[in-house]
Write a protein that binds this ligand. Structure first.
Ligand code: KG4
Ligand code: ZN
Length: 389
């Protein structure tokens, strides 16, 4: 059954992607990993905003409510019927177990009922393929080997990626030891009485502050000296929890707490508040703190990513994941890449954050290779991508 379907799939390659690893329920139809026919995302931001973070139990319930209408909308927008699909792709992990299970169970049921192959996709691989998909769509080649910085709410990872005979291979060469960069944005925003998720708030407010006002220094990590067996570990390490603590110390020593409480209360009284509402509620010192924090995160991501690109002699750089939506990050990375003559690609803003088009795109080489999920597929909350250096 599988090979027959995969031969058929090679002609059109219509894949329905399903993503439910965190707080976005998404379904998309992508043709041959190169053309997005639809990409529907139901965000749960409003549900989790009042808690200042994703509540796993609520996330699972919302996925359950959203999955059927989201898949239906994705098929309708793509003008594709279930029968026309060549495969169903679903995020296997990493992510929240209960959230992942909703997408996996639904995808399994659909694949079983339709007698179509099921393809399991690593969410991190999906973020990389968001960029590859759009490059193919625009007929731009991304030269390999490439270095991918996947920077989101749950991850800050560096991967070397290369396609060999139709199969993508990844090597993890960098990771965070504690908080992910997006997590740091979210925690600092929460600490300063701003909304959730914090990234877009900090992104917008930072343009009104002086990024050099608070001299957060470079983030240096004492790395164990290189030894043969230790070569198993990634070489480029990130850490953002110290920076978050430095912001907290600054708030304490400058007595900003009363202003933060007032801001939190004022924003809570606004229906669906946005960063524009927070501007009048932030004094110059707070705006400078926000801009300086963002600058420190970007400085660190930039320094280590370009050092890794140099170490591994890559031919292009890809930056993906929710934090890749950050405007200042894009500007700084672009400037640095241009200076070095290194091709750099970002996904569009819509494909930077979680979406199912990237899952369907990552599944495309697997459909062509006939590499399908086992019948016993389950959620893998801490699934890793590739092997270590
Ligand atoms: O990729 P994503 O949607 O979900 C995960 O896989 O984690 O990323 C969400 C993260 C959140 O931490 C959010 O604050 C951050 O991406 N984010 C941003 C921006 N937009 C989203 N961080 C900085 N600047 C932004 N513009
Ligand atoms: Zn993600």
């Amino acid at each position: 059954m599988q090979s027959e379907t995969s031969q058929h799939g090679a002609k059109t390659g219509l894949i329905l992607g399903i993503e439910s690893s965190c707080d976005e329920t998404s379904a998309a139809v992508v043709e041959a990993g190169a053309r997005v026919l639809s990409n529907v995302v139901a965000s749960q931001v409003r549900t989790h905003a009042r808690y200042g973070g994703v509540v796993p139990e609520l996330a699972s319930r919302e996925h359950l409510q959203n999955i059927v209408p989201v898949v239906r909308a994705a098929l309708e927008q793509a003008s594709v019927t279930l029968d026309q699909l060549d495969a169903i792709a679903v995020t296997e992990g990493p992510g929240l177990a209960g959230a992942l299970l909703v997408g996996i169970l639904y995808a399994k049921g659909l694949a079983f009922a339709l007698n179509k192959p099921l393809i399991a996709v690593n969410h991190l691989e999906g973020h990389i393929h968001a960029v590859l998909l759009e490059a193919r769509q625009q007929h731009n080649a991304i030269a390999a080997p490439l270095l991918a910085l996947v920077v989101s709410g749950g991850h800050t990872h560096l991967y070397l990626a290369e396609e060999r005979i139709g199969v993508w291979h990844y090597r993890n060469v960098g990771k965070t030891l504690d908080d992910a960069a997006g997590e740091a944005f979210d925690k600092v925003a929460k600490l300063l009485g701003l909304g959730y998720p914090g990234g877009p708030w900090i992104d917008w407010l930072a343009q009104h502050g002086d990024a050099r006002a608070v001299p957060f220094g470079p983030i240096n990590i004492k790395q164990k000296p290189y030894r043969e067996p230790a070569a198993q570990s990634p070489r480029f390490l990130f850490s953002f929890s110290g920076l978050k603590t430095a912001v907290l110390r600054y708030v304490e020593t400058r007595n900003l707490q009363a202003q933060i409480t007032a801001r939190r209360t004022a924003l809570a009284a606004i229906e669906n508040p946005g960063p524009q509402d927070a501007l009048a509620l932030c004094d110059k010192e707070t705006l400078n703190l926000i801009a300086s924090f963002q600058r420190a995160v970007i400085d660190d991501l930039l320094r280590k990513t370009f050092a890794a690109a140099e170490t591994f002699h890559v031919r292009s750089l890809v930056v993906s994941g929710g934090v890749a939506a950050n405007r200042e990050l894009r500007r700084r990375f672009m400037q640095e890449a241009n200076q070095r003559g290194l091709p750099l690609a970002f996904p569009s803003i819509a494909l930077s954050t979680d979406n199912a088009a990237m899952i369907a795109a990552a599944a495309w080489p697997r459909l062509a290779a006939g590499s399908f999920a086992p019948e016993g597929l389950s959620a893998a909350p801490s699934l890793a991508l590739g092997h270590n250096l």
